[in-house]
Write a new protein. Structure first.
Length: 652
């Protein structure tokens, strides 16, 4: 079951007001920088007035052609996003600071980036810009040279002792105390900062302590406070309610993990009386349901989840409801999810609920002896159908549309493009609607997508699945022509195949045809010989193990073809021999002028052609034969066909 999210300790920050705030691009706290705040902005004579209010404001961003104009526009209230990158050449330090504060992108491309910043010996412009915009890229030496105490503080808390030189004594003292707290230890020395001292005292007191409004104002301290059982003080301020929500969720979860299920429910129910945010109430109900379910009380557990599923809710709640529902009567649980699939506010939730209903039906123990082809209930299909037009995660969409293609094919096949919404024309919509319409269209759409060279993995998996199904049918039902038609559709449809797929599919298809054809009425087409020859050549591209397994299959298919052609041709060869011998006997000793040569040619020409074709087809299939007895029989038949053909030509 999905439980309450844990409260993690945030990354520790630089300033006391944001003791555990994450690292960000802040202005280095250098005394030398403060001395330049009143400097002239630009050579054009802009003067600072308060924050930067000019006597007459320039309206917005204008199409400036120089960095000076771009800087003027941003500093006078224009949008920094509209400005291109501004070169700081000719601008004072305070002007550069204001540009960065305004969110402008700055560069020092027209000046030597190694030149020192005004009044800041040893600090280059490129280093200064990096400190203001990308502090994490600074070297340790640069942090020390800048006396960048804020960045040094952050790095020190992450374990970098080398940056200690960048911090003044009291700052370093606080950093050492904060690092001890972050490790779960008590500081060796008392911190200088009062909030840091309060944090240390609160953690030391644990459940007996409390956090003031000032301490709770920094939410990144909450993780460590909650882990020590520190409650919000009565004057905890506007943050106290949210803090208490997280405190209760954490405590209830810990009780669950400690197998104290009753205590977890007690904590969650107690906080339900004060929690107002729906997400928090849902998670508290979720924890209560988990405790009840672990106590083997599925009915009240599902009732708690039903309450949580009112209004907004998460997929985790639906998952938990599905888990609990399996303990109850399945059809009742299915109806719950069908209802959610109709009424849920988001497409994601409707899709998940519909899937859950389907899975419950599929896994219903009451259906264990039912026919595998049993029709999915209309209620579930009705919940799945509208989802073909929704923008939902790819994997879920594929599962849904695949289910409809298999179990609701008539409906899906009849849908116009508009029914698919923004999914119309997508590979999933085309391929699975093709599957619903029949194997030929399914193969055509798969082939089309695979030939683009951009097919997603699932398309290849669909191809692999249909090929595997065909091979299994052909191998297990080789005495039925339906399997042969299945294989022929895949092979003649031009479906791109891997050699390891083409070889068995070709061989099993050919063998199915040879075993089901009535040789009294016909014979296989010559192209089937080409297919098996192609499969034989494809063996060379397989690894040794696949070659060992599939080579006998190629031989078997080739020999079955040879036997089939021999069975089909032998009776006709015998008939041809009778005709040729009889005609030859009639013509023997007859004067040439008495012979109707035109009539003789009319009889002998097709016989000659048949004998020639027989020899050619047997000669073509001969390299596929390994069995010596079969090879001898084929050679004999080829010899007979050759001799009869020669006799027929002579008689003509």
């Amino acid at each position: 079951m999905a439980l309450a999210e844990g409260v993690e300790l945030g990354s520790l920050g630089a300033d006391i007001a944001a003791l555990f705030a994450p690292s960000s691009a802040t202005r280095p706290d250098m005394a030398s920088a403060a001395n330049t705040l009143g400097a002239a902005l630009v050579a054009a004579g802009l003067k600072r007035a308060g924050r930067l209010s000019l006597a007459s404001r320039t309206p917005g961003w204008f199409a400036a052609t120089s960095s000076r104009a771009a800087a003027y526009s941003v500093l006078s209230g224009g949008s920094p996003q509209a400005a291109r990158q501004i070169d700081i050449g000719g601008l004072s330090l305070s002007a550069v600071d204001d540009l960065i504060d305004a969110g402008a992108s700055v560069t020092a491309s027209t000046i030597d980036g190694a030149v020192d910043v005004d009044d800041m010996q040893g600090v280059s412009w490129s280093t200064y810009i990096a400190a203001r915009t990308r502090p994490d890229e600074l070297t340790t030496d640069a942090v020390i040279a800048l006396k960048f105490a804020g960045e040094a503080y952050r790095r020190y808390l992450r374990g970098d002792d080398d940056v200690a030189a960048a911090m003044p004594g009291l700052k370093l003292k606080d950093a050492m105390a904060a690092r001890s707290i972050a490790k779960g230890d008590q500081p060796v020395e008392e911190a200088h900062d009062p909030l840091l001292r309060e944090l240390a005292d609160a953690l030391k007191a644990g459940a007996a302590g409390s956090a003031s409004a000032e301490l709770l104002a920094d939410s990144s301290t909450w993780g460590v406070l909650i882990s020590k059982g520190v409650r919000a003080s009565r004057d905890g301020g506007s943050q106290s309610e949210q803090y208490e929500d997280l405190f209760a969720l954490h405590q209830a979860r810990e009780a669950l993990f400690s197998w104290n299920w009753a205590r977890a429910q007690e904590i969650a129910r107690d906080r339900l009386r004060g929690a107002r945010r729906e997400a928090v109430r849902d998670e508290l109900l979720n924890l209560i349901a988990c405790g009840l379910w672990l106590e083997d009380r599925p009915e009240p557990a599902l009732a708690a989840l039903d309450s949580a599923l009112e209004g907004e809710y998460t997929e985790a709640l639906l998952t938990n409801a599905a888990v609990v529902a399996t303990e109850l009567e399945h059809w009742s649980a299915i109806q719950r999810f069908v209802k959610i699939a109709r009424e849920a506010p988001s497409s994601q939730q409707r899709a998940m609920a519909a899937e859950r209903a389907l899975l419950l039906w599929v896994n219903d123990d009451a259906r264990i002896w039912a026919d595998d082809d049993e029709t999915i209930p209309e209620d579930i299909l009705a919940a799945l159908r509208p989802l073909i037009r929704e923008q939902i995660p790819t994997e879920r969409y594929l599962r849904i549309v695949r289910t409809l293609a298999i179990h609701d094919s008539n409906w899906l096949a009849a849908q116009p493009p508009g029914a698919f919404g923004r999914n119309a024309g997508s590979a999933a919509a085309r391929i699975f609607q093709g599957r619903a319409r029949g194997v030929e269209e399914f193969v055509a759409e798969l082939s089309k997508e695979l030939r683009t060279g951009l097919a997603e993995k699932w398309v290849e998996e669909e191809r692999d699945s249909v090929v595997e199904a065909a091979v299994n049918i052909l191998a297990e039902q080789n005495d039925e022509m339906g399997g042969a038609f299945f294989g022929l559709t895949l092979l003649k449809g031009g479906l791109p195949l891997e050699p390891r797929q083409r070889v068995p599919l070709t061989c099993f298809t050919v063998m199915s045809i040879t075993q089901n054809i009535n040789t009294d009425q016909g014979e296989p087409k010559d192209e089937f010989i080409d297919w098996v020859i192609g499969a034989k050549h494809a063996l060379a591209s397989l690894d040794e193990e696949d070659r060992r397994l599939l080579a006998p299959l190629v031989t078997l298919a080739g020999e079955e073809l040879a036997r089939t052609f021999a069975r089909a041709r032998t009776p006709q060869i015998d008939q041809a021999r009778e005709v040729i011998i009889r005609v030859s006997a009639q013509l023997t000793g007859m004067p040439s002028w008495q012979i109707n040569h035109e009539k003789v040619q009319e009889v002998m020409a097709p016989l000659s052609k048949f004998c020639s074709e027989t020899w050619q087809v047997l000669h073509k299939v001969r390299p596929l034969i390994s069995d010596r007895d079969l090879l001898h029989a084929i050679d004999e038949l080829m010899g007979v066909a050759s001799n009869l053909g020669a006799m027929a030509v002579k008689l003509r």
